[in-house]
Design a protein around this ligand. Structure first.
Ligand code: FAD
Ligand code: NA7
Length: 443
């Protein structure tokens, strides 16, 4: 029987385990699976932790999530094809759940499937080496509690360690002498910390948008977002503005490239994350920016130089959990011999085609169609289905709602691509709702 190592029990690792457990439930013989997870529980980024910097074992903290984080896209765009929200919660729930509620859904499916004993919690993978003669991978992991190293051989390795955990940290002239706090979004935990402050946010993507709104909602005096390429351009509530890139700092004063200057109390760098694989040798290591179709991954999954190495969820993400599922189902079917991989040159030309299309994309609507077609391409070959066209339409409506009202888009309700039921509207407008507990959300 072949053996599979999975690095990480976040949503991608869980998708991979669910794919195998569902084949097993249908009577198939499945390989032996060992998942190494450095945290003490599964859920990945969705496990909120107050910790920043290093964890209880001295390992780098994985978590980038913060209090009061609500889904930034409708749940009807990320719903599992084989496990609807309705099935999990026993009824239809509003479209933008807070973090704790989403975690409950993700881990709920895993608990039900019952594969917890496949996971070695508190185990960090240190090295993965491909042993050519054996055609296997030697994986070295550390049992963090007992400080014991162990090496094991595996036929396949699934890299599912996420790529929104290691911050991209640019610097700016004069920032060393800025008198206030300077952090990256990875270490942002509680918006209330910035109450009464003049806050500078660097970046113009999802983190910048959400942390700016949150901070204003929980009492920051003003928020200025600084963009490098294009402003987010939303109709911001009073007290939030956008300016171009910072030229330099002079004490608490930031000088922007258009000549504007402002004084600030704190700075949050929302400048994205690095794909970081310290446990992979150079010949196995994906090097990419945060893009819709990273290179060298056939079907966005298989490392072309050695397709027994599988990467999940390495794309920039419109779709999340359902895309991870369809990738995991596809990877499972390759491992189990149900799908055959083509030659190296065919894999490469397939990647080239996708990347050529990616390079021609000009707006979010085209991006959404691109990632929808990618998911459909995978799902037509495996036993995983949902209404991808409805999910795509939901994404496009969501984009329009954000343009109409950046503080109001989370008050909208969408139709499920799994059950086709329409979600109820949440009882309180998101901008007014200060409590993000599941209890209040579902009440
Ligand atoms: P992760 O969730 O990062 O999980 C990776 C796992 O690997 C972790 O458990 C980690 O501990 C483990 N690990 C890492 N290295 C090792 C190692 N060497 N050995 C062992 N274990 C290891 N998505 C949405 O759908 N909706 C949202 O609203 C949303 N909001 C987000 C907000 C923030 C601030 C961020 C950062 C991301 C957000 N996302 C959101 C996207 C998020 O990427 C996905 O939802 C999802 O968590 C990705 O799953 P993953 O399994 O790829 O990675
Ligand atoms: P993203 O989406 O990768 O965005 C990173 C942003 O940071 C983007 O606007 C970049 O500008 C900006 N950036 C990067 N480097 C710099 C420098 N040097 N100076 C100024 N600005 C810079 O990361 P996010 O954290 O927003 O989102 C990641 C995930 O978290 C996402 O899936 C969400 O669901 C939550 P650019 O536009 O490229 O010029």
């Amino acid at each position: 029987m072949s053996r599979i190592a999975i690095v990480g029990a976040g949503p991608c690792g869980l998708s991979q385990m669910r794919a195998f457990s569902s084949a097993q439930a249908n009577g198939a013989d499945i390989p032996e699976i060992v998942c190494f997870e450095k945290q003490n529980d599964w859920g990945g980024l969705w496990n909120y932790s107050w910790r920043t910097g290093t964890d209880e074992y001295g390992e780098t903290c994985h978590g980038s999530m913060y209090k009061y984080l609500w889904s930034n896209g409708p749940k009807e765009c990320l719903e599992f094809g084989d496990y609807s929200f309705e099935e999990h919660f026993g009824r239809s729930i509003p479209s933008f759940p807070p973090r704790e509620t989403l975690r409950n859904y993700i881990t709920g499916r895993a608990e039900l499937a019952g594969f917890r004993d496949w996971v070695k919690f508190g185990h960090v993978v240190r090295d993965v080496n491909y042993i050519k003669d054996a055609n296997q991978f030697l994986v070295r992991a550390v049992d963090l509690l007992n400080q014991k190293d162990a090496e094991e051989l595996f036929d396949y390795v699934v890299v599912a360690n996420g790529h929104f955990s290691v911050p991209n940290l640019p610097t700016f002239t004069g920032i060393d002498n800025f008198p206030g706090r300077v952090i990256h979004g990875h270490d942002f935990r509680d918006a209330a910390e910035f109450q009464g402050q003049r806050l500078l946010i660097v970046g113009a993507s999802y983190s910048a948008e959400d942390i700016a709104l949150q901070s204003k909602k929980y009492g920051a005096t003003s928020v200025t977002c600084s963009y490098r390429t294009t402003p987010m351009g939303f109709d911001w509530p009073d007290g939030i503005e956008e300016l171009p890139l910072i030229d330099h700092f002079d004490g608490e004063t930031a000088h922007f490239s258009n000549g504007a200057k402002r004084d600030f109390d704190s700075i949050i760098l929302c400048t994205g994350y690095l794909h970081h694989f310290p446990f992979l040798t150079e010949e196995l290591r994906l090097i990419t920016t945060n893009r819709l179709y990273p290179g060298k991954l056939y079907k966005g999954i298989f490392w072309t130089d050695n397709p027994k190495l599988v990467y999940l969820g390495m794309q920039d993400q419109y779709y999340t959990f359902s895309m991870f599922d369809v990738q995991a189902w596809y990877a499972r079917d390759v491992v189990m011999g149900r799908i055959e991989l083509p030659s190296y040159s065919e894999m490469q030309s397939d990647i080239d085609n996708w990347q050529q299309r990616e390079e021609s994309l000009t707006n979010p609507s085209e991006d959404i169609d691109f990632q929808t077609d990618y998911c459909k391409d995978l799902s037509t070959r495996v036993d995983y289905s949902l209404d991808w066209d409805l999910a795509a339409q939901n994404f496009k409506d969501w984009e329009h709602h954000k343009e109409e009202s950046i503080i109001g888009y989370r008050d909208k309700a969408f139709r499920s691509p799994v059950t086709h039921a329409h979600a109820p509207t949440h009882h309180t407008a998101w901008w007014e709702e200060m409590n993000d507990s599941t209890e209040i959300f579902l009440s």
